[in-house]
Design a binder for this molecule. Structure first.
Ligand code: SF4
Length: 445
């Protein structure tokens, strides 16, 4: 009988990709995925360090499992992801119920660790940056993910060292996977039914792989994916403004499958703050990229990340950010009050008063949310193209996304899953569009 593994994933798309790959690998030693928390032999918690209180979330979750298994055999408890990398031994000391902490660049060791669990012959902590070895290992294991919209990691780590960010410490230095191996994995995903592929990386547009003859860039990957006739859509995330090179921008004119929606974090609209953050770009450079993209394809829309009340942010700095938000009209963004991450340069800086910070957050979100709603409302009565991803729990409702990644919900039949169909939008809220399937001969926006 197969043993069971339960995996809970916090955080970004890359963690979701990693969790799927971990499942692919533990299948090889006789485990199968379960959604039943009460019957698992191995509990894996894949963590994220980006948000506040990440560490506490982990201990809370472990406490829950402890309670649940009080009268039963304890599952093997493994914490993976960026919190595992950042906390390592600390975590094992504070919570002995955790058996192993495994950092993101050591996932290739998971099967050995589980196999040897009873012998206790392996270390409980694996947090080396073995990125090349990890990908070499996973390249030999088929990607079984069969989602219509699939993630594919092409690059990991970051060399930019923004002063507020833990990624360079938790994911390690920038590493780009070999071009041909990425294409082979894309082929597997497409064979499994993927119609949309999102290329992932902490600095995805810094992708650079050199073999004997070529220096492959993200634009080369996009061009190669474009050739797969069964693939309808290509996306990538997350980008750094400094790496939006002209060859990549050009893809928005040449590619029919690259979606006209870019998540391009800026964090602040003030050059003073960008400098304090060590972002390595100015507002003007960001606007230059924005204008180039708009010029090449006026339909492109943007989302971004904003940190409000970064230490040293004056009222004027904040107002500059608001001006930028009003100018670009981002259609979907993430905004947070600055909160220090241990081990980063910004961790020791003086915080701005919480009342002021909250007021700033409310103000920026008022603009961001109203732009999002405005965009959604502009689609009412329009017919748009939607890639249908799955059936919702609610009867007869399908879920899909338009080219700007908006959720679209409408009545339909399961046979349309995986197809790009036309939907007439009738209503919306800030996060979703609601509509009905349109006569497929009509022109879509
Ligand atoms: S570029 Fe992104 S991933 Fe790298 S340090 Fe800055 S915020 Fe973190």
């Amino acid at each position: 009988m197969h043993k069971k593994v339960f995996i809970k994933t916090f955080g970004c798309q890359m963690n979701e990709y990693d969790s799927n790959r971990i499942i692919d690998t533990v299948k090889k030693i006789g485990f199968e995925k379960t959604d039943n928390l009460e019957e698992t032999d191995c509990y894996l918690l894949n963590t994220c360090h980006i948000r506040d209180k990440a560490k506490e979330k982990v201990y809370h979750e472990v406490g829950r499992i402890k309670k649940l298994y009080r009268d039963k055999n304890k599952p093997i408890m493994i914490v993976t992801g960026c919190v595992a990398q950042a906390e390592n031994q600390e975590m094992l000391k504070r919570e002995p119920y955790i058996d192993f902490v495994i950092g993101p660049q050591s996932y290739h060791k998971i099967t050995e660790i589980i196999k040897n669990y009873n012998n206790k012959i392996l270390s409980n902590e694996e947090t080396d940056f073995d990125t090349i070895e990890k990908f070499n290992y996973f390249d030999k294991i088929k990607n079984n993910n069969n989602k219509i919209s699939a993630f594919l990691t092409i690059q990991e780590g970051c060399d930019k060292f923004c002063n507020f960010c833990v990624v360079p410490y938790t994911r390690g230095p920038e590493y780009s996977r070999p071009f041909k191996k990425i294409i082979r994995e894309a082929e597997e995903l497409i064979k499994n039914g993927a119609k949309e592929i999102t290329l992932l990386g902490q600095n995805v547009n810094a992708y650079s792989y050199i073999d004997n003859l070529n220096n492959y860039k993200l634009s080369d990957l996009i061009k190669e994916l474009e050739k797969f006739s069964e693939l309808d859509r290509i996306r990538y995330t997350t980008s750094h403004p400094r790496d939006m090179t002209d060859d990549l921008i050009e893809c928005y004119s040449s590619s029919k499958k690259l979606m006209p929606f870019i998540h391009l974090p800026i964090q602040s609209g003030s050059n003073n703050i960008l400098k304090l953050m060590n972002r390595k770009h100015t507002v003007e450079e960001y606007l230059n990229v924005y204008e180039k993209l708009k010029k090449i394809n006026n339909l492109i829309e943007f989302s971004s990340d904003f940190i409000v009340s970064y230490p040293g942010e004056t009222e004027q700095d904040f107002n500059n950010t608001i001006e930028l938000v009003k100018k670009i009209k981002f259609i979907n963004s993430f905004s947070f009050i600055f909160s220090p991450r241990p081990g980063t340069k910004a961790a020791s800086l003086n915080l701005i008063d919480m009342e002021i910070s909250k007021e700033r957050l409310v103000k920026i979100q008022k603009y961001l949310f109203s732009h999002q709603l405005e965009m959604n409302k502009s689609l009412i009565n329009q017919t748009i193209e939607v890639l249908v991803e799955n059936k919702m729990k609610e009867q007869n409702k399908l879920f899909g996304r338009n080219k700007y990644l908006n959720s679209v919900i409408f009545k339909g039949d399961e046979k349309d899953i995986g197809k790009t169909i036309k939907v007439k939008i009738e209503n919306c809220n800030q996060n979703s569009l609601f509509g009905k399937i349109e006569n497929n001969n009509m022109k879509a926006a």
